[in-house]
Ligand binder design. Structure first.
Ligand code: OTU
Length: 644
């Protein structure tokens, strides 16, 4: 929270904020207090006299963009500033979904708001709903416009009505800003292809292979199987375009200040639709520099801070989520570091926790999880995580080799084991996933599959093996119990709340069959959802278990994220234990058993949750039983012990 803004609001407390001039006054104050930083950031990216014209353009643009912001949202911005860090609240529980797979379109989604309320979800991440090319489009991550609504989902009016309804229900909305690249059908790309040099400078476009070849020496490949290399030859221009992701996704050239200036206005147009959190897609890639990996560059951080500070002036109630699925020490930098600490993104994916939970499931041990979490730098107070088990993408094993070796495993073998375990190369593994973008050159690969299928439900059902089915259900509940209690905004992938299995229908679609991430983007199963209350199915068991956990989360303030997490040093290598504390001496101790056999924990290692405190398990509602000074956890059992 920007202190200057708070003082300014308080100073205006007694004025009627609905009056336009009061709002304008606040805007001007925000602008004058942030202008020096904006200027510094801008000129550090775009140095020299010749960029003063662009800077002036930016300065003229800021008030114009503020003018465009609808008054209810301007008022909401002020309310949010006063409210403080709303995104750290224990009241938030999120769900991520593809509108077409969930409810066909936006109107359909509006009719499902009751479903979210029933489960306790009040934060939605809708996957891209903007126009995209007809054929392959990476699920909308190839963008034809940043602020229009693709016809397949409905109209802008439908979206505005939905966001209004959501606001009435105190629900939050997150949408993507695919800032790194546009589709090859985006108006600028079309103009570039038609030979317009101005727009060719909006992208990284080269006459011949000289610079592309020089770049390739240090760039990695994101989609090596479907889109090898980082440049695509464009026959219209007879030139090479940088396409780090898919060939139809053209990387924007932010070293051109014009690109920043127009993208800022696109960002605001998106925010003005009523978006609370903007997910900055692939932000680690936004700045390219010859001779480097062109990921996580200092300039990328400066650029994101520049976006942030401009947003702070125009729409300070909107926050950024960093979609940086990168090395643990790099993720944390997206919260801002050095003088920009707290002035970059407010939220980031806890990809480290996510990947390591899958490691713990496969190894049935929590040692590598602990090792990494202990070595993770503390995030700034005002920041928070998205806590998730899986998302729409693949699961990458983005943790450091160093720690794998340090716990005594061979990193190469270990990674291979994980891929084999999840991607059906080990007979005894209950997991049923698929490999994504296996790169034989490096041996790297990532994992796809729905949460339930990766945790053994699909195989259990196939073999009609009740014990296996029950175990998979326990695992699904335990994993959700972690993301709901660990800190940050828990984000459930739509369908996981009813144990959705892999969806193989993508194999029949020519535009999707090469991308196995579609296996974990199932269609919402409304037929089974209709019977949740009346039938006892695995769907209802999972749904009601999650509903209860969500309810408990919202009742306990300790689950709000204020860096109030204490890891308990693993007294048992199969168990994961952490405490959420509050300054009011409240606390909840979370324990999870990652092994197929019962595990015990000596009372002495539970600190103030020993038998003397008579802790109660919030989930079962029962007093905790200690036998001979030990607490027993059944396989995949989850405890939320409350001291109070
Ligand atoms: C993101 O992910 C999106 O989440 C994907 O759905 C898109 O395909 C992609 O960007 C392109 O828009 O490579 O496999 O952080 O992990 O940015 C997923 C690095 C991805 C990448 C991430 C990217």
């Amino acid at each position: 929270m920007n202190q200057a803004s708070l003082h300014q609001i308080n100073a205006l407390e007694n004025q009627d904020l609905t009056k336009a001039n009061a709002l304008n006054k606040l805007f001007k104050q925000r602008l004058s207090s942030n202008l020096p930083i904006i200027k510094d950031l801008f000129f550090s990216l775009y140095p020299g006299e010749n960029h003063t014209t662009s800077f002036k353009k930016l300065l003229l643009q800021l008030p114009a963009l503020f003018k465009e912001r609808p008054t209810p949202l301007k008022l909401q911005d002020i309310h949010r500033l006063k409210q403080g860090d709303w995104y750290q609240s224990e009241q938030l529980v999120g769900m991520q979904l593809y509108v077409d797979h969930f409810s066909k379109d936006l109107k359909g989604l509006e009719s499902k708001l009751g479903y979210f309320e029933k489960l306790g979800v009040n934060f939605l991440h809708l996957m891209p709903i903007t126009p995209r090319p007809k054929g392959e489009n990476d699920g909308g991550y190839a963008v034809n416009s940043y602020h229009e609504v693709d016809k397949r989902f409905g109209t802008k009016k439908d979206l505005l009505r939905l966001t209004e309804k959501m606001r009435d229900k105190n629900m939050y909305l997150m949408l993507d800003f695919v800032a790194n690249h546009t589709s090859n059908e985006f108006p600028w790309a079309k103009k570039a292809m038609a030979g317009d040099l101005k727009y060719q400078k909006y992208y990284h476009i080269y006459q011949d292979r000289t610079i592309p070849d020089a770049f390739e020496k240090t760039l990695s490949e994101i989609f090596p199987m479907t889109s090898p290399g980082n440049f695509t030859f464009n026959p219209e221009m007879q030139k090479w375009v940088m396409t780090v992701f898919n060939q139809y996704q053209w990387d924007l050239n932010y070293s051109n200040p014009e690109v920043f200036i127009v993208m800022l206005s696109d960002l605001l147009k998106l925010a003005n639709l009523g978006v609370d959190v903007v997910r900055l897609d692939a932000l680690a890639f936004m700045w390219k520099k010859l001779g480097t990996l062109s990921q996580n560059l200092p300039e990328a951080h400066t650029l994101i801070s520049l976006f942030r500070m401009c947003l702070q002036v125009i729409a300070p109630g909107v926050v950024f989520l960093a979609e940086a699925i990168v090395a643990p020490n790099e993720i944390i930098k997206y919260f801002g570091s050095g003088p920009m600490k707290g002035n970059e993104c407010e939220i980031a994916y806890n990809a480290t926790l996510m990947a390591l939970l899958w490691d713990a499931i496969a190894t049935k041990k929590t040692i590598l999880l602990y090792k990494n979490l202990y070595n993770l730098p503390t995030k700034p107070e005002e920041a928070t995580w998205i806590s998730y088990i899986r998302c729409h993408d693949d699961i990458g094993l983005g943790f450091d080799d160093r720690y794998i070796n340090e716990v005594g495993w061979d990193a190469t073998h270990h990674r291979k084991f994980l891929l084999d375990y999840y991607c059906q190369n080990i007979e005894w593994s209950p997991a049923k996933g698929e490999i994504f973008m296996y790169n034989p050159k490096t041996g790297d690969g990532r994992i796809t599959g729905s949460c339930a299928s990766l945790l053994g439900l699909e195989k259990g059902l196939e073999h009609n093996d009740e014990a296996k089915i029950n175990q998979a259900i326990d695992k699904i509940i335990m994993m959700h119990g972690i993301i709901l209690s660990y800190g940050g905004i828990p984000l459930i992938y739509a369908g996981d709340e009813i144990g959705a299995l892999n969806d193989y229908s993508y194999l029949k679609d020519n535009n999707k069959k090469e991308d196995s991430r579609w296996v974990n983007r199932p269609y919402q199963d409304w037929e089974n959802i209709a019977h949740l209350d009346s039938k006892k199915t695995y769907h209802s068991r999972i749904f009601f278990a999650l509903q209860q956990l969500i309810h408990l989360r919202k009742q306990n303030r300790v689950f709000a994220d204020s860096n109030n997490l204490v890891l308990f040093d693993g007294p048992n290598p199969h168990v994961f234990i952490y405490e959420r504390t509050s300054d009011k001496d409240e606390g909840v101790l979370v324990l999870c058993n990652f092994s197929e056999s019962p595990q015990t924990i000596a009372e002495i290692s539970l600190g103030r949750y020993g038998s003397l405190a008579k802790p109660k398990d919030l989930i079962s509602g029962r007093a905790t039983k200690f036998i001979e000074g030990k607490l027993e956890l059944k396989p995949y059992q989850l405890f939320w012990l409350s001291k109070a």
